[in-house]
Design a protein around this ligand. Structure first.
Ligand code: SF4
Length: 62
């Protein structure tokens, strides 16, 4: 599974980083995804980050 943040959509609220710091990190005023595949132990948190995002800027595929 791979997470992506749609840069133009992200409003920089930081909720995804709170929910899943294993995958998301703030870079300036946007969130970005660390690394490549989502670690197995972080999948649940990554799904929470996706559902927490107020502007649906997160996609998870694979
Ligand atoms: S939760 Fe959504 S809007 Fe907020 S920082 Fe993360 S990707 Fe951006």
């Amino acid at each position: 599974m791979v997470a992506k943040v749609i840069d133009e959509t992200c409003v920089g609220c930081g909720l995804c980083v709170d929910a899943c710091p294993e995958v998301f990190v703030m870079e300036g005023d946007k969130a970005i995804v660390k690394g490549d595949a989502i670690p197995a132990e972080a999948k649940e948190n990554a799904e929470k980050a996706k559902s927490d995002c107020p502007v649906e800027a997160i996609t998870i595929e694979g």
